[in-house]
Design a protein around this ligand. Sequence first.
Ligand code: RTP
Ligand code: MG
Length: 147
Amino acid sequence: MERTFLMIKPDGVQRGLIGRIVGRLEDKGFKLVAGKFMQISDELAKRHYAEHEGKDFFDNLVGFITSGPVFAMVWEGDDIIALSRQVIGKTNVKDALPGTIRGDFSAHTPHNLIHGSDSPESAQREIANFFDDRELVEYNKTLSPWL
Ligand code: RTP
Ligand code: MG
């Protein structure tokens, strides 16, 4: 079982899409492990997006992600890192297919509604950036994961 860090960005919060985006993740069958509605500091934003430091869009990206509250989450499932990025859709809205969160709800890059970790290393780092271990809830889903 794999874990990933998913975060509804300020545009998703402002547009009132938290419920529908979380619903897509629940519909897929992923298991929610942690969730936190919060305002990201400048320092946390820079740490979260450290891989993009030095790129021309970095300052805009930090400004965007700190422009309002976000809904940070940890989810669990088999191959969830790759699978959740499929559910999310491509970074550029022109490439994000209908049926994906970005394809269905976003019309403007880089305001693409939700972040998803891109590798096990990123997931581990990003989860640790946002959550203490004791905030990750251990429980069994009553149904088998494939139901
Ligand atoms: P994310 O990290 O947010 O899940 O998105 P991603 O993996 O699909 O895309 P990534 O390459 O990691 O880029 C992070 C976020 O930066 C913004 N961005 N702007 N050229 C640009 O202006 C540009 N490129 C990327 C997007 O918000 C993207 O999601
Ligand atoms: Mg990324």
